[in-house]
Design a protein around this ligand. Structure first.
Ligand SMILES: Nc1ncnc2c1ncn2[C@@H]1O[C@H](COP(=O)(O)OP(=O)(O)OP(=O)(O)O)[C@@H](O)[C@H]1O
Ligand SMILES: [Mg+2]
Length: 273
């Protein structure tokens, strides 16, 4: 808790840092709220499938129809389990500390949450999530970044398109790089320098799924990535598409303390290029 006296003692820079932190939290809550509505809807669809096929199995006594009904019920229940696991993963992932983080897993969990929305907008997803070292990151913050980038990409392709997602290890920089590319409308060169500004948005308020338009998504992404000593980069061509790349330091295990040691541990450098 900070008192008024403390507040006055804070430098303008410190106050700015506090406000930025609050903004990131607010953006996370907005993003979560939007996802809750998407996933509840999706969950309901899966339940309807289960109910309908269970009824069909009860009505038709022949083996072939019952087998088909069971298969459908099984597939739908598996999908329901995947959805709850992703939501639970997000809820569990509350830690605010830097830990070894599997970026590919975060991408997969985020895609489960957005799968239906992407399909409805006729967006195909191509992933290349080769195994890469773990990044040094706060998992829930990076998931916030990934969701923001995926939702922006989806909104840039109102008539469908392709979403290409890749993770790569850059051994030279000791980083893990995640690229999210879309074949959407692109961003004009004169607007590109502004997209990370808070409240900069070209969207006319929330879309049909209730998402977008505040202009806080990318500014939260930038703050999060900078606090990880990483980089976020964008390349875009109008009419062709946009690619965002985030680059995070590889997690380096702390050096082991030798029992006899009275020596200085070698310093580990986490590179951010
Ligand atoms: N993949 C993309 N393709 C085209 N334009 C994009 C893309 N990502 C971001 N933009 C542009 O950058 C602007 C800022 O994005 P940002 O995510 O910060 O805000 P927003 O999506 O408008 O609102 P929200 O706060 O709900 O995310 C967008 O309004 C859009 O003009
Ligand atoms: Mg956005």
């Amino acid at each position: 808790m900070t008192t008024r006296g403390d507040q006055e003692a804070l430098t303008a820079e410190q106050q700015l840092a506090i406000v930025q932190q609050k903004l990131i939290q607010a953006q996370r809550l907005t993003a979560l709220g939007e996802l809750v509505s998407t996933t509840t809807h999706e969950f309901n669809n899966v339940l309807m499938t289960i109910l309908n096929y269970a009824k069909m199995g009860l009505r038709h006594k022949d083996e072939a129809t019952r087998d088909k009904a069971f298969q459908k019920v099984l597939a739908a229940a598996e999908r329901a389990a995947k959805i709850t696991n992703s939501v639970l993963g997000m809820a569990r992932n509350r830690s605010e500390s830097f830990e070894p983080t599997d970026l590919a897993k975060l991408v997969e969990e985020s895609l489960v949450l957005l799968e239906r929305e992407l399909r409805n907008h006729r967006i195909s997803v191509e992933t290349n999530l080769d195994s890469v070292p773990r990044a040094c990151a706060v998992g829930n913050q990076i998931q916030q970044v990934i969701l923001n980038l995926l939702i922006n990409a989806r909104q840039a392709m109102p008539d469908g398109g392709r979403l290409i997602i890749r993770v790569e290890h850059s051994a030279d920089n000791a980083t893990v790089d995640l690229m999210i590319r879309d074949t959407g409308c692109g961003i004009p060169a004169e607007k590109l320098p502004r997209i990370f500004e808070p409240f900069y948005s070209t969207k006319q308020g929330p879309d049909s799924s209730g998402k977008g338009g505040t202009g806080l998504g990318l500014s939260a992404c930038r703050h999060i990535i900078e606090s990880h000593r990483g980089r976020i980069r964008v390349e875009s061509t109008v009419g062709v598409g946009t690619a965002f790349t985030i680059r995070l330091p590889v997690y380096q295990a702390p050096p082991m303390q030798l029992p006899t040691a009275n020596m200085t541990a070698p310093s580990t450098t986490s590179a951010s290029s």
